[in-house]
Design a binder for this molecule. Structure first.
Ligand code: PLP
Length: 454
């Protein structure tokens, strides 16, 4: 139990991200005090399996001493320096080198930011800058997807295709468009195969491009697997049908690897799992196992050449954050990437991922579960009022949030997303036994809510 003074101070002074402030005044916070492996402990000592790895991010669990040591060593050697105005430091240089070399398609340069949102905002600005540089100033519109999630800063929130991130914020901004969401279960028509559905999604995209004028469309943003929009795994042929359309109309492809990057889908990048050939990649979260904030934008040679020329003309690339490539965060990221390689994190995900997917798929028979889906160590169940018609529950019943609250009481932290979708994205270091424990705890919660709603 949170001590009264801490609970009261939280309610009095903290505005929480992604929280209903009215409800919070009653509920107060769950206060975590320490973590070990895939677990966190609250201030009463209760343990929780962190089934979301925080926010899809603490890939190496909550007590990796090598990351602590890497941070300490860098803090002692050089706690801050930057990469503005021709300056540099070893962690930033090494991280650039490693990421460009790791990229699944040829990339040329790495640029660092502090969050996924900043990485996507930076990508938008680079795309606009690039098109001015190559003499196509009219090619500025950017297409993202309904239910895509790219962050919350002004441009990134505009890319995000979720009403909660637009409503009352006066977003999206101009020049950002949304095309259809490739979720076959929800948007497929009766009898439509996944492949035919993928054709329709590609046709929707092309129709939007034609309507707007291909000469005005600069880029297309996509997560390999949509995360916060509901863990939506695209049909197998979706990206194979989308990419030729982008190429045909000379549209840059940005893969948002903020969740999928670094093993989440079973390959190092979601782009490999789904055959994406992006011009730009954004990444964050598992880049440092979330121990410190750092994100990256990788650009290919074509984009680099455009930007390079413009900086020569203008005199400088007028973009960069004080903490771009922060040396301590970069050192932690370098250590994280070294650990992935040494411990064969992909091999591990290859072992535990199938266990998690099997446990998820078993839930498809549960009376509340409309669809159980996922790949690697990311997945979700979509809860429905009627399995045959796929009818949603009335949002006022808050079925997803109730399941997640019961799960938390049962000792597993999960996330409910719009549409009564419950997501799973545990630390990549989770064991098979811990996967089972996570699902055992979750199933108890699901059964409790099933009884409650009769
Ligand atoms: N892109 C994706 C795919 C994400 O899932 C997120 C965050 O969850 C972001 C971007 C934004 O990252 P951040 O919250 O670090 O700004």
């Amino acid at each position: 139990m949170t001590s009264n003074s801490l609970r009261d101070a939280d309610i009095a002074y903290a505005l929480h991200p992604y929280t209903n402030a009215v409800a919070h005044e009653q509920s107060g916070p769950m206060v975590a005090v320490r973590g070990k492996g895939v677990r966190v402990y609250d201030d009463a000592g209760k343990d929780y399996i962190e089934g979301m790895a925080g926010l899809w991010c603490t890939s190496l669990g909550f007590d990796e001493p090598r990351l602590v040591d890497a941070a300490k060593r860098q803090m002692e050697a050089l706690p801050f320096f930057h990469m503005f105005n021709h300056k540099a430091h070893e962690p930033g240089i090494r991280l650039s080198e490693t990421l460009v070399q790791m990229a699944p398609v040829p990339m040329s340069k790495a640029f660092f930011c502090n969050s996924g949102s900043e990485a996507n905002d930076t990508a938008v600005k680079m795309i606009w800058y690039y098109h001015n540089a190559i003499g196509k100033p009219e090619k500025k519109k950017i297409i993202a997807r309904l239910r895509g999630y790219h962050g919350v800063t002004v441009a990134a929130a505009s890319l995000t295709g979720l009403p909660l991130n637009h409503r009352s914020f006066d977003l999206p901004i101009d020049r950002i468009l949304h095309t259809s969401c490739p979720h076959h279960y929800r948007y497929g028509e009766a009898g439509e195969t996944e492949d035919a559905f993928a054709d329709r999604m590609a046709a929707d995209l092309e129709a939007l491009i034609e309507r707007e004028g291909p000469e005005t469309i600069a880029a297309f943003f996509a997560e390999p697997v949509m995360g916060a929009g509901g863990v939506i795994v695209p049909p197998k042929t979706y990206f194979a049908k989308i990419q030729p359309i982008l190429k045909k109309h000379d549209i840059l492809f940005v893969a948002d690897e903020v969740i999928c990057g670094f093993g989440r889908t079973g390959k190092m990048f979601g782009s490999e799992t789904f055959g994406l050939e992006p011009d730009i990649m954004t990444m964050a979260k598992a880049l440092s196992s979330a121990y410190l904030p750092i994100s990256a934008v990788l650009i290919n040679e074509k984009v680099y050449q455009g930007i390079r020329g413009e900086t020569g003309k203008i005199g400088s690339f007028g973009h960069g954050y004080t903490y771009s490539a922060h040396p301590v965060a970069a050192a932690v990221a370098n250590e994280t990437l070294a650990i992935y390689a040494e411990r064969d994190i992909l091999g591990h995900v290859g072992t535990v991922g199938p266990r998690m997917q099997a446990r998820l798929r078993r839930l498809a028979d549960h009376p509340l579960v409309g669809e159980a889906r996922g790949v690697g160590l990311i997945g979700a169940v979509e809860l429905v009022a009627d399995k045959a018609t796929k009818a949603n529950f009335d949002p006022s019943q808050a079925v997803g949030p109730r399941v997640v609250n019961h799960a938390q009481a049962n000792g597993v932290i999960l996330r409910a997303m719009a549409g009564d979708i419950v997501a799973f994205s545990p630390p990549l270091v989770i064991s098979e036994a811990e996967v089972d424990e996570m699902f055992d705890r979750f199933e108890r919660a699901l059964n409790t809510v099933t009884e409650e709603i009769g």
